[in-house]
Design a protein around this ligand. Structure first.
Ligand code: SF4
Ligand code: MSK
Length: 636
């Protein structure tokens, strides 16, 4: 047992924790300066609780906490009688509920801004993509002819709001409007069509309360239903409405890794997930007024860099460079060159405040639902978006003179990337129709498509599985599309540039070179996994098959968040064979494990597959693709 005061004497094998250039040197700097990071805290947590890892502890009521003895010598059920199957399934259901809630509440915040635009109550946001607004309205059956954008937006608002809280038994309108008919039939037959986002999440909490649902099958099927409410409505609308308000992404060049920070400029990092504030912070920072103010404080100007998915949002639409993915948030502060890290919500470590306290960096929280003790809180209000954004940028600029120049170390590493591959952008690159992609798939020029997503996790070597798995897939002519922290890992390792086509197999390389696109397409942030659903749906319709029949696979090689559990589940529920590279807490129940990795396939056409080794995982994913191709009668 390591005593806390002795803890900082623990040394990480800094060269082994990550494959990403710059990380190990910053970890050494952290240790030299007596600063702890997530990797150090991970060491301190060893050995992690075996009951927790197996998913067999329950504290859903105060007769507990209870745990099941996995070796069969101790209790095989909790005080109420819940067995391992029930406890594991309930715990997973709560993870799905939390993940779906995070995505969908993010969506609710965007709907709020959309309503303000529709009602003319804000001058800071507007309808930017009118065509997408009309497309969405038509999908819901709204007549758009002869109406202006605001009229259409006003008609959309009640439909969007009803997605969260309607009380009837009808399936969600976004799902029925946008999912392929064949898929809706599959979900109808399985009894998992979601009715309202908040309702399904609420029902997860009800079912998992002490003494309610004890049937692991019924619990997990409700998990499927809740994840579908996330993927095909909550996340999907967050993406679509962001596109309508801020523009649908198009291919855009930028750079990634810590080298995007600037030694002679005020550095602001935007971190979290929701673009409504970060877009305004970037605009404010780029204004002449703020650039001039920065000069008055001795800097050459203001530089904004992204972190995690807020980073992906502002990258896709404004070309803002990205400093790193989730585990790199503390490292960015450890450079000593960050004046402010501005956060909205999700994947923001509370420890940021402790690390920032060792430097001059200000951590600025902005959301009423996300406060961190010790951070400066400047509350974001969409009705005062510009003032709030300017206030935040000013705090950063005024902090520049407090930087200790002798403590600054910014790794030089950064990579050129191309991001911004929305479904529309992919279609445009293909000449406006899916036909070339369908033909390339049919004749085997491209063998299949893999959606690779998700987080980073100190349990595994940072970015190793993301990069290794991706390289294996493209080498085998599998086009990789992805989001979230995967996209940042791929970018930092050169996989998001058209030159990466050289690493692809001959077929994929030929297509990428002809279209001048990378073999790995950056599709956005975590909520933008919904873009992948729409792409697969369009492809399935173009081929004339169900989504589950396509040579398409998914993977979350280094996942950690509850949102990833929801995403993985809606991928599986949408018919996709989905690999997980870190082990989910289900092994305490053989039945639950079997259901998720085998039996669920008979119900929805997809299933989970768990394999920590990315090379082995890629091999199995390729075999699944080959098998699907054989069934379609396509050459392997
Ligand atoms: Fe224990 Fe049952 Fe209460 Fe869970 S719900 S803590 S298993 S008594
Ligand atoms: S930020 S959910 S660590 S992808 Fe979307 Fe990255 Fe995972 Fe957060």
């Amino acid at each position: 047992m390591v005593k806390r005061k002795e803890y900082l004497r623990l040394r990480l094998p800094t060269n082994e924790v990550s494959i990403t250039p710059g990380v190990s040197r910053l970890l050494e700097k952290a240790e030299e300066e007596g600063i702890e990071t997530a990797w150090h805290r991970y060491l301190l947590q060893q050995p992690q609780c075996g009951f927790g890892m197996l998913g067999i502890c329950c504290r859903n009521c105060n007769m507990g906490p209870c745990r099941i003895d996995p070796f069969g010598y101790g209790p095989d059920r909790g005080i109420c009688g819940a067995n391992a199957d029930t406890i594991v399934a309930r715990n997973i259901l709560r993870m799905i509920a939390a993940g779906a809630a995070a995505h969908s509440d993010h969506c609710r915040d965007i709907v709020k801004v959309f309503r303000m635009v529709a009602e003319g109550k804000t001058k800071y946001y507007k309808i930017t993509d009118s065509a997408k607004l009309k497309w969405l309205a038509k999908a819901y059956g709204i007549e758009v002819e002869g109406k202006d954008d605001l009229e259409i937006a006003k008609e959309l608002v009640p439909i969007l709001e009803a997605e969260f809280g309607k009380q009837d038994e009808e399936p969600l309108r976004t799902l029925t409007a946008l999912a392929p008919k064949r898929r809706i039939k599959v979900w109808g037959k399985a009894g998992v069509l979601p009715r309202a986002i908040d309702r399904e999440i609420c029902e997860c909490m009800h079912r998992t309360h002490m003494g309610v649902d004890a049937d692991y099958v019924s619990l997990l099927l409700h998990g499927v239903r809740t994840s579908l409410a996330d993927g095909w409505s909550g996340s999907m609308l967050a993406t679509i409405l962001s596109d309508i308000l801020f523009g649908t992404p198009k291919p855009i060049k930028s750079t990634m890794n810590l080298g995007v920070l600037k030694e002679d400029m005020v550095n602001i990092i935007v971190h979290g997930h929701n673009p409504v504030l970060s877009m305004k912070v970037v605009e404010a920072a780029m204004s002449e007024e703020m650039q001039e103010l920065a000069k008055e404080y001795g800097a050459k100007g203001v530089n904004v860099a992204g972190m995690c998915c807020t980073g992906n949002e502002v990258l896709m639409r404004l070309g803002v460079p990205i400093a790193g993915n989730m585990l790199m948030q503390e490292l960015a502060v450890i450079t000593g060159a960050v004046e402010a890290i501005v956060v909205d919500y999700q994947c923001v470590m509370p420890a940021l405040v402790d690390v920032a306290g060792c430097y001059h960096t200000k951590v600025i929280t902005t959301e009423p639902k996300m406060r961190i003790p010790g951070a400066i809180h400047i509350e974001f209000e969409p009705e005062h978006a510009e003032e709030v954004a300017k206030k935040i940028v000013k705090v950063a600029i005024e902090n520049y003179p407090n930087r200790s120049k002798e403590r600054v170390y910014i790794p030089k590493h950064k990579m050129e990337i191309v991001a911004g591959f929305s479904v529309e952008a992919i279609l445009e690159a293909l000449g406006g129709t899916l036909e070339p992609l369908v033909n390339a798939l049919k004749d085997g020029t491209i063998k299949g498509i893999a959606g690779v997503v998700g987080c980073v996790n100190p349990k595994v070597k940072h970015n190793y599985s993301h990069v290794t798995l991706t390289k294996e897939l493209i080498k085998n002519d599998i086009l990789v599309v992805g989001t979230g922290c995967w996209a940042i890992a791929a970018g930092m390792h050169g996989l998001l540039s058209p030159e990466a086509a050289k690493m692809a197999g001959p077929g994929l390389r030929k297509i990428c070179e002809a279209l001048n696109i990378p073999p790995c397409l950056h599709m956005g942030s975590c909520v933008d996994c919904s873009r992948m659903l729409l792409a697969i749906a369009a492809l399935a319709d173009a081929v004339g098959v169900d989504m589950s029949e396509l040579p398409v696979v998914g993977s979350a090689p280094e996942w950690m968040s509850e949102k990833a559990v929801s995403i993985g589940t809606y991928f599986v529920a949408s018919g996709v064979f989905t690999h997980l590279g870190t082990v989910p807490p289900v092994l305490g129940s053989e039945r639950v494990t079997k259901l998720l990795t085998e039996d669920v396939e008979d119900v929805v056409g997809g299933k989970f597959y768990v394999e920590p080794d990315p090379v082995k995982a890629a091999r199995v994913m390729i075999e699944v693709i080959e098998e699907k191709r054989r069934k379609l009668g396509w050459p392997t």
